[in-house]
Design a protein around this ligand. Sequence first.
Ligand code: GUN
Length: 300
Amino acid sequence: MNTALLAERIDGKGFAATLVNQLTDEVNDIKAATGLTPGLAVVLVGEDPASSVYVSAKHRQTLAIGMQSFVHRLPADTAQADLMTLLDALNAANEVNGILVQLPLPAHLDTHAVINAIDPDKDVDGFHILNAGRLATGQDALVPCTPLGCLMMLKDRLGNLEGLNAVVVGKSNIVGKPMAQLLMAENCTVSVAHSKSRDVPALCRSADILVVAAGCPELVKGDWIKPGAVVIDVGINRIERDGRSRIVGDVAFDEAGHAAAITPVPGGVGPMTIACLLANTVTAFKRQHHHVTTKAVVAV
Ligand code: GUN
């Protein structure tokens, strides 16, 4: 079945561009009102090529909206104590409003300890245990960027999500779990499927909203998708097909024509993630400077 032309493509790239324009204006307003420039620090340990590309993109886009960017590239054998010392310095630095440690970390480092060493008010990834707890209990939190971007696109497409059946495929701390929390906060009926779940296709077929973050190329087939569902594909997988390398998502896009709408890969969720990181940095700045009263760009 190749009916992909029927489903509306959700234009994450365009959505992100609009958000970035709003953030650029907001950063200008902040500079004019305070004389200060919001700053984001990104820490990369090791030389994983994909992580290195992501970090460079974050640096470029942070500068492009007029913020300060501080990138720390550390060797793969960096000791836990040295990384903690750097985080202490970034926590204390007034010009740093947001801190992100690129994951995954090399295996000898304790990821939970590293994340929880970040000042929760500068934790623009929203991974700190305090922000995860705040999100889970309906308190003001910094929210992980990828699920935040997914939620913004869902609300833009569907308006009120109340009462809808939402299925999240994948239960990672970065996407699946916070995505489920955000959808519950919108009063969806939420199920989370994972590699040990029984009959994932049947569960997916119950979904009005299907968010797939499984890290498995084209896992979700056309007949797993309910007609009229809105599908958010978080996957970014490089595969070889017909003798050439290409990027595909976790959903068989060409089989999803009977969905109401679907995010393409690339050009869907990916661009929204960095835009939301920038938005979280502006949010963090504003919370650290209570007197700044510019209008919020991101409200969820
Ligand atoms: N690695 C993959 N996605 C992410 C993310 O959203 N934040 C961080 N820090 N690392 C990642």
